[in-house]
Design a binder for this molecule. Sequence first.
Ligand code: AP5
Length: 193
Amino acid sequence: MTNIILFGAPGSGKGTQSQLIVEKYGLQHLSTGEVLRAEIATGSELGKKIDSLISEGNLVPDDMMYGVIENYIAGLPKHCKGTIFDGYPRTVAQAVALTSLLKKYKLDALMIDLMVDEQLLIQRLIERGKVSGRADDNLNTIRHRIAVYHDQTEPIAHYYLRHGNYFAVNGNHGVEDVFLQIKRIIDREAKNK
Ligand code: AP5
């Protein structure tokens, strides 16, 4: 089973590359951003709280996210080829929680870090904001999301680097080129298993 933590700043291409990995390798895709937006769409009280956090570019609390991940991993079918974790973990506490959950189910994961220059991230998200309808795709919120990423999320890369299962990809290139780099990592790691 191949579990991949697809990591990177807002706009680095996690969702785009996840779709390509799903098509090529048949992995499942868990986007915590999508899960949260689905909860917002229900109009529930919880959804309203989540909406105000996301609209301001802040993270949803770790304990709320833990339930999402725990239920997901516990519900994985035995024959599953693996999962792409897109948007989780996002704090060191989430990384620690994910490691211990994976261990409980005798699973592991590698991290692929999509590294993209900040100016390009902003350009991509501003462009997407013209059509996405996402409340967080506006310049002020994008800047705040990137600041939150540097402050709370980026340190996780060091956590995985220390654990030896970290791979960086140059995400500044076109979609196909980035995917080529990702395929090389996945294929090489599969051979080494
Ligand atoms: P989430 O939905 O995960 O958003 P994000 O991390 O900000 O990432 P994006 O979806 O904006 O970008 P992406 O990296 O997926 O890039 P994409 O492929 O879409 O989370 C949203 C919010 O939910 C968070 O801010 C937080 O509040 C909350 N949340 C989620 N998970 C959480 C957690 N675990 N804990 C706490 N809170 C959580 O691409 C972006 C654009 O660029 C697209 O238009 C795409 O077409 C284009 N593009 C992509 N790749 C390329 C390329 N190579 N070349 C040119 N264009 C490209």
